[in-house]
Design a protein around this ligand. Structure first.
Ligand code: AMP
Ligand code: ZN
Length: 468
């Protein structure tokens, strides 16, 4: 396996610390708004990485976080907490927002065929370990306090701060962080822990040794949780390229300063963006599409997954509906072909089939070259191999591709309940609440006539099932 490592800026042979075990941490979503297909590209490519490692025989422990506090709208430790911003936008509590968008994220990545991580951890469930990490850094002399603001990391205490960033430190210092926070000793210093500002009246706060009402800085959660679940040094850490200059640079600084162990992460893997009309698809630009938009327009989420496979994770990808339309056509054609290959497979492949198999997986093991792997898929489809061999190869390729054809054949998707039935069900629930049993029974019959069977279960809820 070979991977491009942002830290060395070269493609390296991948050697985990204790093979066959691999520890992998992926930066997860900030759950203040809908997950969009830009995020999904990143999370699908994480899934491809995990599946390729597993296919190559590694035992992967995959940890992904959920950021539900502390991610401020600027990278420079100023601006509003994104969760509080989301709560205002949707007129809900921060906790409701976090739960709703975490669920939406999970639903979206599941629809894309991703494996669930071994651990999915939330920042707000790990406040204690984040505080402990800040205390450790304080003890070791890496911090200072800015009154009414927060505990800051003094980046001049490290000789190699910023080593992940290909930009020079000078450029960084001229960037948006310069002079934003009054009292910073160095422009690159960053908040480990923030205090509620006078009059701010935050919805999320915790007591800490530094202030009664305070909350974590954004990077501290990833250091604390990755170390808690994967140890002080981890094999692979992934994130979008936007995380390189600040979030990951600061994770490295605070983790290595706290443990004294270098490197905190052996391989840094960074995903490039999905763009739309040349701009990064993002929540703040409001130019995003969700998985529901994809489905509503009649596309299969797995066709989108196939579209993602068409470009390598390190390249930008410009999303257009035309390109999705084209991939959906190939997807449908492939689905029919696979169904025509029957259900028989073989345990030994001919040299020709073996070569295709090797080409497919060596492309993936070479820094996840998904376009080359997909090209091999089409080469296999067009080849004169027997159907039995084609199906054998397809099944193994699909352990990574996850096109979901056969799964669909096994369990047909349940159709959504039509709106009219939903309306009658709501009316019936109200009738039952009012103890109007006669109306409830009438509605049960009407629903039955429309082809749905309704049953009453405990606590006044009802279940409904379409009659075959
Ligand atoms: P966020 O919820 O903004 O913290 O983003 C979660 C992850 O998705 C991060 O690793 C981002 O870098 C990544 N991400 C956000 N927008 C895009 C995009 N348009 N294309 C690819 N990855 C993205
Ligand atoms: Zn992170």
């Amino acid at each position: 396996m070979r991977l491009y490592n942002t830290l060395s800026r070269t493609i390296e042979d991948f050697t985990p610390q204790s093979p066959p075990k691999v520890s992998l941490y992926a930066c997860g979503p900030t759950v203040y708004d809908y997950t969009h297909i830009g995020h999904l590209r990143k999370f699908v490519m994480d899934d491809v990485l995990v599946r390729v490692l597993k296919h190559a025989g590694y035992q992967v422990k995959f940890v992904r976080n959920i950021t539900d506090v502390g991610h401020l709208s600027s990278d420079g430790d100023t601006g509003e907490d994104k969760l509080e911003k989301g709560a205002k936008k949707y007129n809900k509590s921060v906790w409701e927002i976090a739960k709703e968008f975490e669920d939406y994220f999970n639903k979206s990545v599941e629809a894309m065929g991703n494996l669930a991580p071994e651990v999915s951890c939330k920042a707000t469930d790990h406040i204690e370990s984040q505080i402990a990490l800040v205390i450790e850094l304080e003890k070791k002399g890496h911090t200072y306090i800015i009154e009414n603001d927060g505990v800051y990391f003094d980046t001049s205490t490290l000789s190699d701060y910023g080593k992940l960033n290909p930009q020079s430190l000078d450029e960084l210092q001229e960037g948006e962080r310069i002079g934003v926070v009054e009292g910073k000793r160095n422009p690159t210093d960053f908040a480990l822990w923030k205090f509620e500002r006078p009059g701010e009246n935050r919805a999320m706060f915790w007591p800490s040794p530094w202030a009664e009402r305070s909350f974590p800085g954004w990077a501290i959660e990833c250091s604390a949780m990755s170390m808690e679940y994967l140890g002080e040094q981890i094999d692979i850490h992934t994130g979008g390229i936007d995380h390189i200059p600040v979030h990951h640079t600061n994770e490295i600084a605070q983790s290595e300063a706290a443990t004294g162990k270098v490197p905190f992460v052996h391989y840094w893997v960074h995903h490039n963006f999905l763009r739309v009309d040349g701009e990064k698809m993002s929540k703040s630009l409001e130019n995003f599409y969700t998985i529901d938009d994809i489905v509503k327009k009649g596309f299969n989420p797995r066709a989108l997954r196939l579209l993602f496979m068409g470009s390598q994770y390190r390249d930008e990808l410009n999303f257009t509906w035309d390109s999705l339309r084209a991939v959906q056509k190939s997807y449908d054609r492939l689905e029919k072909l696979v169904a025509s290959w029957g259900s028989e497979t073989v345990s030994e492949l001919s040299p020709k089939a073996e070569k295709l198999r090797k080409n497919f997986f060596s492309a993936l093991e070479d820094d996840l070259k998904t376009p080359q792997a997909t090209a091999t898929l089409w080469e296999m489809v067009k080849s004169d191999l027997s159907n039995v061999e084609k199906l054998t190869l397809f099944r193994e390729f699909d352990s990574i591709l996850q096109l979901g054809f056969e799964q669909k054949n096994e369990k047909p998707e349940k159709k959504a309940i039509p709106e009219e039935i939903e309306r009658m069900l709501t009316e019936r629930a109200t009738a039952r609440e009012m103890k109007d049993w006669q109306r409830a029974d009438e509605l049960r019959n009407e629903i039955l006539m429309a082809g749905y069977k309704v049953e009453d279960v405990a606590l006044g809820t009802q279940t409904v099932e379409q009659i075959d």
